[in-house]
Ligand binder design. Structure first.
Ligand code: DAT
Length: 177
């Protein structure tokens, strides 16, 4: 049973949809703790080194398990916004709300290009968004948690999303799981 006093939310979605930008603002407004899981993998050394072919850091199952262990205490305390482009390894018991951010291809493409991603990496991420890979994973993996899909094409939409997530967090509370 969950002992946390405040709800946790997972914010997931394809790279570039706007997770980190929104999570930083949400954390500030709501007085929550923002955990960027990608940064934990990189900065905490939970990776198997840079892979030039795929322009990314390789991450093993053991790395993921260790990185999850490293945030277990914070998740147990509650009031966490967990931000990551995949949700495969996070236990359902961590979350009171799961938000999948999505963006139109016209919005996403220039954001990925602006990051200096290789053509291959831009294409992979565009395809992942079009085929709703992360969205489908989230809806399959967390059957018992409230899930919402929010579009993040414009700054106005991002601000609306921040307000509606705060409302949803009040509605879900930190249900015992
Ligand atoms: P993610 O964390 O999902 O990879 P990000 O927050 O780093 O994405 O955002 C990628 C880029 O897009 C960044 O330059 C900020 C911009 N951006 C994010 N959300 C946006 C929005 N709703 N409207 C316009 N630009 C946005």
């Amino acid at each position: 049973m969950s002992q946390r006093s405040r709800p946790n939310v997972l914010v997931t979605g394809t790279p570039g949809v706007g997770k980190t930008t929104m999570c930083e603002l949400l954390a500030e407004e709501a007085g929550m703790k923002h955990i960027n899981f990608g940064s934990i993998l990189l900065e905490g050394g939970f990776n198997a080194g840079y892979n030039a072919e795929f322009d990314t850091h390789d991450v093993t199952e053991e790395n993921l398990a260790d990185a999850c262990d490293s945030i277990e205490a914070a998740m147990g305390e509650g009031g966490v916004i967990l931000d990551y482009a995949s949700c495969d390894y996070f236990p359902e018991r961590w979350f009171d709300l799961v938000v999948v951010l999505v963006a139109e291809t016209n919005s996403l493409f220039p954001r990925l290009e602006a990051r200096g991603y290789s053509k291959k990496k831009v294409t992979e991420n565009m395809q992942a968004e079009i085929f709703q890979v992360v969205l489908q994973d989230a809806y399959e993996l967390y059957p018992n948690v409230r899930k919402e899909t929010l579009t993040s094409n414009t700054v106005d939409e991002m601000q609306e999303n921040i307000a509606s997530i705060q409302q949803m967090l009040q509605e879900v509370g930190s249900a015992a799981k």
